[in-house]
Structures are given as structure tokens and as C-alpha cells.
Write a protein that binds this ligand. Structure first.
Ligand code: OGA
Ligand code: NI
Length: 362
């Protein structure tokens, strides 16, 4: 079915470059340009819920993959209530994570002229991106990023891979392989939870698309006036995220009508459910809205891996979630169309979640 308002012509090509925030903060650390200063109603307010942080679910992958029923139930609840969890015993070694952190830091600390060699083209999304904007008036996020599609291997655009760092490709390969393995393990557990054979969710994606995004949040003299990453939900299937320094807070998720700060566990990974899983599960699992704030003293670097279906894949609630009186709550859509629509709206500063568009009105 074609979705009203979603067209393949919108999307990537609408990006245009703006200045590197890292460079703005370096040149004039005391001043925040007007373009980044949020209107009062868009700033982080008094709806913080730090007392809920300790309740954020922690899932042990080893127990999960050993078939531990309690852990499986815990995951089921985590996805229903939070759409977010931290994962421990994930078997990605501390050394692999460490190398990835080091490499991300190396990249952002290259001189600007070196980073600019990997600057994204006008009609592209991959490459070195200072925060993208679509209109002249839109407020901007206090972050720069490097975006690379890693899998399928053939889809890589190697001109954006910073080979100026000699070990860059090797480190990305090593981490991404592990992240892919972990995602496939999670997909097979989700298959089971959603009443499918264990390989089924993976097969549904055809070939998994895996995108790496390194985010750099410079320090800010007035962190209360800016936002690192505006509130949004991730469109894909799953997002894995970890940060370079576990001691810095920044990521917050929407819960109980407010924002709950995430306190990272050392070497844990964050997992958030994306829109695709919310639809496949017919709303049982929540695609969580989240944002990132900055701070005055320390720069923050995070490394996100987005696991998504191929653009041509059609997504709709699984038949295992729509039997009896459980009617489908979302229409069927082509993932690529949804993605384009998402970016058009997001860059326009519109609503943080887009599922409203494909929800079937009760
Ligand atoms: C993202 C994201 C949050 C963070 O990259 O989609 O939500 O903590 N990042 O960097
Ligand atoms: Ni996100």
C-alpha cells in the first residue's frame, strides 16, 4: 500500500551542510551562536526523572541465549515498558570496544581540514556531517557526526572512510562484525518472543543493513540552552549504542511522561527498539523516544549502530501478533519510503516520532 504523504523523492537530497559545532566550540568556547539556542519550550525542562534511572532494565545476553526463561521474560517486559535496555555479557570484548572508542576519538580530533576530506556530498547522508538542517530558520543540534554504511559490504562508500587513520578500516570491520553477530542473536530471541521460528525475523530483513554513526558532542558553556540530539525515535529495527566515556551522562529516554537519564554501566551496550520492531510486534514493543544533552566540562562521543531492513522490504504487523480480536494497528509500508518521510520531517523540526502516520485509527 502507498502511504499518503510519503514519497521517495523527498529525503537525503534535501540536506545541506552547516558549520562544524566542534569547530565553533573550539574557536569561541564562551559563545553559543543563536542558531543553536533553543526556544524556551524546546529546552530540557523540569520533567527529568532521575529516580527512575536505576529501574532501566539490564539484560544478560549469556542467560538469554542459554534459554533462561526468566531473562526472556525480563526482555519481553523491557521492550514493552521501556523500549530500551542495557545489555551485559554481550561477548563483544572490552578490547574491541576500546579500540572503537579510541578510533572515534582519533577521528574527531583530526584537524578540520583532514575531516573535511570526508565531508558528505550534498545529496548523500554518509560521510562527515555537521548537524544537518533543511531550512534556514531551523535550530540545530549541538553535535557533529560521521556516518558510514558498513553492511552490506558492497554498499560501502569507501571515499568517506578516513584512511588517514591507518587502522580505521580494520577497527570498524572488527567492531561491526561483532555488532552484527550480536544483533542477529537479538533478532533470533525476538523471533521467539513474537512467536516465530528463530531465523524468521532475520530472513524478513533480506540482507541486514548496518549503519555506523559516531556522534561528537562538544562541551557547551550553556548546556541548558542547547540540545545534543533533538528528541526522536530510531526508524530501524534495533539500535546498539555505547559511549566513549561511561562516566558522562547525556542520553535520556522518554518514560512516564518525562525524561529518564541513562547511567551507563561500564562496557555495557544500550539497545533501543526502533519503529520496525514496534510495527512488527503490532505495538507490543515500543520504539522509544530519546534525546541527548551536552555538558559544560566534557566532550562526549557515542557510537551508534543502526540495524535496518533493506529499503525495498515491506513492513507490517506479523500475523502471529494479529490473530483473533487483535487487529493490525499499523498499515503495511515500504521501509525506504518511511525512511525518506522520516528525514524530511525530522530535518524540518517536526514531530519526534512518525509512527502516527502509519497507525490505523481505532
Ligand atoms: C542516535 C542517538 C544518542 C546518543 O545516534 O540516534 O540517539 O547518546 N544518539 O548519542
Ligand atoms: Ni537515536
Amino acid at each position: 500500500m502507498k502511504i499518503e504523504g510519503i514519497g521517495s523523492e523527498a529525503g537525503w537530497s534535501s540536506f545541506f551542510p552547516v558549520d562544524s559545532v566542534q569547530e565553533i566550540a573550539r574557536k569561541n568556547p564562551e559563545v553559543v551562536p543563536e542558531r543553536y539556542v533553543r526556544n524556551k519550550e524546546d529546552r530540557a525542562g523540569d520533567d527529568l526523572l532521575p529516580h527512575l534511572s536505576p529501574q532501566i532494565p539490564v539484560i544478560d545476553l549469556f542467560l538469554l541465549t542459554s534459554g533462561d526463561e526468566r531473562e526472556l521474560n525480563k526482555l519481553d517486559l523491557a521492550c514493552q515498558e521501556w523500549g530500551f535496555f542495557q545489555i551485559i555479557n554481550h561477548s563483544i570484548s572490552a578490547e574491541v570496544l576500546q579500540k572503537m572508542k579510541f578510533t572515534a576519538r582519533e577521528f574527531f580530533h583530526l584537524p578540520l581540514e583532514d575531516k573535511m576530506k570526508y565531508f558528505k556530498a550534498q545529496d548523500d547522508v554518509q560521510g562527515y556531517n555537521p548537524s544537518p538542517a533543511i531550512s534556514g530558520q531551523q535550530k540545530l543540534d549541538w553535535a557533529d557526526m560521521l556516518i558510514l554504511q558498513v553492511y552490506p559490504t558492497l554498499s560501502r562508500k569507501e571515499n568517506y572512510w578516513p584512511t588517514i587513520i591507518p587502522y580505521f578500516t580494520e577497527v570498524i570491520e572488527e567492531y561491526s562484525k561483532e555488532a552484527s553477530r550480536l544483533s542477529q542473536q537479538l533478532l533470533s530471541v525476538f523471533s521467539k518472543l513474537l512467536g516465530l521460528q528463530c531465523e524468521e525475523l532475520l530472513k524478513m530483513h533480506c540482507e541486514l543493513l548496518q549503519v555506523l554513526r559516531m556522534n561528537y558532542y562538544p562541551t557547551c558553556p550553556t548546556p541548558e540552552k542547547v540540545i545534543g540530539v533533538s528528541p526522536h525515535a530510531d526508524t530501524g529495527t534495533l539500535t546498539l549504542l555505547f559511549q566513549e566515556d561511561d562516566a558522562i551522562n547525556g542520553l535520556q529516554i522518554r518514560h512516564s511522561g518525562g525524561w529518564v537519564p541513562i547511567r551507563p554501566r561500564p562496557n555495557a551496550l544500550f539497545v533501543n527498539i526502533g519503529d520496525v520492531v514496534e510495527v512488527l510486534s503490532n505495538g507490543r514493543y515500543k520504539s522509544v523516544e530519546h534525546r541527548a544533552l551536552t555538558n559544560e566540562k566534557k566532550e562526549r562521543i557515542s557510537i551508534a549502530t543502526f540495524i535496518c531492513p533493506q529499503e525495498d522490504v515491506e513492513i507490517e504487523p506479523l500475523s502471529s501478533t494479529t490473530y483473533g480480536d487483535m487487529k493490525p494497528k499499523y498499515i503495511k509500508f515500504r521501509y525506504g519510503d518511511y525512511l525518506n518521510y522520516y528525514w524530511t520531517r525530522r530535518l524540518d523540526g517536526k514531530a519526534p516520532t512518525n509512527l502516527e502516520l502509519i497507525k490505523i485509527q481505532a
